[in-house]
Write a new protein. Structure first.
Length: 225
């Protein structure tokens, strides 16, 4: 039976007990001690073990960091822009559409940042027809940050590189809905459409959709969630 212990920085002391039989035939035990100087091979093994320990520690640190990143991704996705692609299957009015995605699921989308004339309002038909020319039966890419009280995405719509929300304002087919959107690009587009008397701005003082809804006691646009 034996054991080893480190004695100083250069000596390794080996202690063991041997069993034998003495002159009277009885068992005897003898303790043996041997000191072995640590050579280059022992030092190399020590350095290798230290290096391995360092590498294992680094690997564990990287693994913990990777786990934190992966765990955070769903949270980031949930709090960033949502996106969807599909085909426009119906134009409801100048700012509402139905889209069917790749799984044949149809959902309603409200174009965010614009407010088009109501269907029964003056220029309502023209606005709806204008949006139809831009979107009907076309593949559309949607991005949104929020939904309204009916769970409809309040989305920005794109056909290729063309921003449909912006295009509707540029053509004078919708108002910039400043109550809920303060985008400077949309505001500038509305100013330019007014000055050029495009679309609904050909009339001296067109009635805004929110004023029309108030006068006709119709419900206003659903609030954002």
């Amino acid at each position: 039976m034996g054991r080893c212990s480190l004695n100083g920085s250069k000596l390794l002391t080996k202690v063991w007990t041997s069993q034998g039989v003495d002159e009277r035939g009885s068992r005897s035990y003898r303790t043996n001690v041997q000191s072995i100087e640590r050579g280059p091979r022992s030092a190399t093994i020590h350095r290798a073990r230290a290096s391995l320990g360092y590498k294992l520690g680094a690997i564990m640190t990287i693994a913990r960091f990777a786990f934190c990143v992966v765990a955070f991704l769903p949270f980031s996705a949930a709090h960033g822009d949502e996106t969807a692609e599909g085909k426009v299957t119906r134009i409801l009015d100048g700012d509402s559409i139905l889209v069917t995605d790749s799984k044949s699921v149809e959902f309603e989308v409200q174009l965010e940042g614009i407010d088009a004339p109501e269907l029964k309002q003056e220029f309502g038909k023209e606005s709806t027809e204008g949006l139809s020319k831009l979107l009907m039966d076309k593949s559309v890419r949607l991005t949104w940050k929020s939904r309204d009280n009916f769970e409809r995405p309040l989305a920005q719509a794109y056909v290729g590189d063309k921003h449909i929300n912006l295009e509707m304002i540029k053509l004078g087919l919708a108002w910039h809905f400043k109550k809920y959107n303060q985008d400077e690009v949309l505001a500038k587009a509305e100013t330019e459409a007014k000055e050029a008397k495009k679309g609904l701005w050909a009339k001296e003082s067109p009635m805004a959709p929110w004023d029309y809804r108030r006068e006709n006691k119709a419900p206003d646009k659903p609030l954002k969630k």
